[in-house]
Design a protein around this ligand. Structure first.
Ligand code: ADE
Length: 238
């Protein structure tokens, strides 16, 4: 998969792309990332990428022309892209949308600034306006990193088998069960006995119950979206 990031802050991506799984995934050839400076496509000698809003008001608005020219330059440089504008006004990202995006050969991620982007970008140049949550970031750059991280880890060959995403929260539709590792006891805080029992059936049942219980307490909205088995209902009643 190919990610092209259109931004006025390409520096933002240098370190994150060179650590951890983003680096590993790139080195394995599962995906590649290119960053493009929208400023390089500004049409005037001052390289202006934003301007005051028509109709008045606070803040600046990102101009349509530099984004248009940047896209026009970048689009032919690879397979046909799916173009995403990061913005707090967009469709909310969730795991199923990440899975859809992971099917694309190529994503172009346009990072807007928080005051706004000329609406003609959204109307004419993008396939999807996307928000990573109901809060306002100072720009689309951290959101682009979130999208890349969540999408690329679903690509074949990025995670090892042991890290497979299939059993994770949101892939299963509910939150994950709690995890523990050594020591068995720390400051008197004990690991649940059942996990030390070696009884795999009992452990699986306990994990399912804890996952359901945690989801019921923390995110009851998730339980409304899935169908619980009779066994699950019994576990919740226990
Ligand atoms: N830009 C500013 N806030 C954002 C958000 N919540 N999601 C995506 N892009 C943004």
């Amino acid at each position: 998969m190919l990610f092209d990031i259109l931004t006025i802050f390409p520096e933002f991506f240098v370190s994150p792309l060179n650590v951890s799984i983003l680096r590993r995934g790139r080195e394995k050839g599962a995906f590649d990332v290119r960053t493009w400076d929208i400023r390089d496509f500004a049409q005037d000698k001052h390289k202006t990428t934003d301007d005051r809003p028509y109709g008045g008001g606070e803040g600046m608005v990102m101009k349509v022309e530099p984004i248009y020219h940047c896209l026009k330059h970048v689009t032919p440089l690879g397979p046909s892209p799916f173009v995403v504008l990061l913005s707090p006004r967009g469709r909310l990202l969730d795991q199923s949308l990440c899975e859809e995006l992971a099917q694309k050969k190529r994503l172009i991620l346009i990072c807007g600034r928080y005051e706004g982007v000329d609406e003609r970008v959204s109307e004419h140049l993008v396939d999807l306006e996307l928000s990573i949550g109901d809060y306002v970031l100072s720009g689309g750059e951290p959101a682009a990193l979130v999208v890349m991280d969540a999408v690329m880890r679903l690509l074949p060959g990025v995670l090892g088998c042991a890290e497979s995403p299939e059993n994770e929260s949101f892939s299963t539709g509910i939150l994950e069960y709690p995890q523990y590792t050594r020591p068995r006891e720390f400051l008197g805080w004990k690991v649940p006995e059942v996990l030390l029992s070696g009884d795999h059936k009992k452990i699986a049942k306990w994990r399912r119950k804890e996952a359901l219980r945690t989801t019921l307490i923390r995110r009851p909205d998730l339980l409304e979206k899935i169908e619980l088995s009779e066994q699950d209902m019994n576990l919740l009643d226990e």
